[in-house]
Design a protein around this ligand. Structure first.
Ligand SMILES: [Zn+2]
Length: 301
C-alpha cells in the first residue's frame, strides 16, 4: 500500500477521506484489508479490548499523535472488521476528540448510530465513524459495479455481497438501501417484531410499521413453508401494509422478499416503484416476472 496518513491531512469528512484513500489505492482488493490499511495509516497496533460493555475503542491523545485500536474478543470477523473501520474513522477524522482519559470507547449502540440530533456532538462523531467504516469497507464504486451486473435487487445479492465485502448482512443491507438505484427498504425482524428499518430517506417512503411492534399482517413473513437461510421469491404486496399512501395519489407498487435467519432473526426487503413505472417500461411484465427472469438467468450462469 502507498497511501500515507499525511496524504489525508487536509480532509475532515468520511466521504473526503475515503475518496482520497481510494484514489491512492485504486486496486484495493475485496474484502478490503482493513487491518493492513489501519497499520499503514499509523495505527500502532490492534489489540484486545477488555472493558466490559463495549465493542471497540481507540487509545489516543488530543492531537492523535498515536493510535491503538481495541476490539472486543470473540466477535465475528465481519463485526471485527466493521469495528476496526469505525475506530480508524475516529483516528482519521480531524475533529473527533477523545474523552478526558484519551480514549474512545464505543458500544454496540454507537456502532449502529446513523443519525444524530442537532448539537449532540458525541452522537455525531459516532455517525461519522460509522459512515467512514461503511464507505471504506463497501466502497460505493465497487457496489455500483455489482449493481450493474444484476440490476434488479434481491436478498440473494445482499448476502452474496456481504460475503464478498467481508461485512455483516445487516451492514450490507444498509449500504444496499443507500446505493442501489432502486428505492429499497430493509426491515430487521427479531422474534416476529420489527426492530430496525433501513432505507434511503429521500427515495423510500417512511415505513409505517411500529418499531418493536409485530410484523404487519399480510407480510410474506407469515407465508408458510419459508426455510431458514433461503430467501422467498420477490412478490407484489399491498403497499398499505407497509407505507401510508396519501389520499388521491395512485398507489405505488411495493414488492417484498423475506429471508428467515438463525436465532429468530429475519430480513425483509421492500422495493418501491412509482405507480406507472412498471407498466410504461415493461408493458405486460410485472415486477415479479422481471425479477424471476433475472434470477433464472443468474442461476444458469
Ligand atoms: Zn465510536
Amino acid at each position: 500500500m502507498d497511501v500515507l496518513r499525511m496524504d489525508l491531512a487536509d480532509t475532515g469528512s468520511p466521504e473526503g477521506l475515503v475518496s482520497l484513500i481510494l484514489k491512492h489505492e485504486p486496486n484495493l482488493p475485496l474484502p478490503v484489508p482493513i487491518e493492513e490499511l489501519a497499520l499503514q495509516l499509523e495505527i500502532e497496533e490492534i489489540a484486545e479490548l477488555r472493558t466490559e460493555g463495549f465493542e471497540g475503542g481507540l487509545i489516543t491523545d488530543t492531537n492523535r499523535s498515536r493510535g491503538v485500536i481495541l476490539v472486543k474478543k470473540g466477535v465475528s470477523e465481519a463485526r471485527r472488521r466493521f469495528t476496526i473501520g469505525h475506530e480508524l474513522g475516529h483516528f482519521l477524522i480531524a475533529n473527533h476528540v477523545p474523552d478526558k482519559s484519551g480514549q474512545f470507547l464505543c458500544s454496540k449502540a454507537d456502532l449502529r448510530t446513523l443519525y444524530a440530533k442537532e448539537g449532540d456532538r458525541r452522537a455525531r462523531m459516532e455517525v461519522e465513524a460509522n459512515r467512514f467504516s461503511s464507505l471504506i469497507l463497501m466502497p460505493p464504486p465497487r457496489l455500483r459495479d455489482a449493481f450493474k451486473k444484476r440490476p434488479l435487487p434481491s436478498l440473494e445479492q445482499v448476502f452474496e455481497l456481504a460475503r464478498h465485502f467481508g461485512v455483516s448482512k445487516e451492514a450490507m443491507a444498509r449500504a444496499y438501501a443507500t446505493y442501489h438505484p432502486e428505492a429499497l427498504a430493509f426491515i430487521v425482524v427479531k422474534d416476529g417484531k420489527v426492530v430496525r428499518v433501513y432505507h434511503d430517506r429521500k427515495r423510500f417512503p417512511f415505513v409505517a410499521a411500529r418499531r418493536d411492534g409485530a410484523v404487519p399482517q399480510g407480510s410474506l413473513f407469515y407465508r408458510r413453508g419459508l426455510q431458514i437461510g433461503i430467501p422467498s421469491e420477490v412478490d407484489n404486496q399491498l403497499p398499505d401494509i407497509w407505507i401510508d399512501i396519501p389520499r388521491a395519489t395512485p398507489a405505488p407498487n411495493i414488492s417484498e422478499q423475506v429471508c428467515l435467519q438463525q436465532n429468530g432473526f429475519a430480513l425483509i426487503m421492500l422495493w418501491h416503484e412509482k405507480a406507472d413505472e412498471d407498466e410504461e417500461e415493461n408493458e405486460d411484465l410485472t415486477t415479479r416476472d422481471r425479477w424471476r427472469a433475472q434470477q433464472e438467468r443468474f442461476r444458469r450462469e
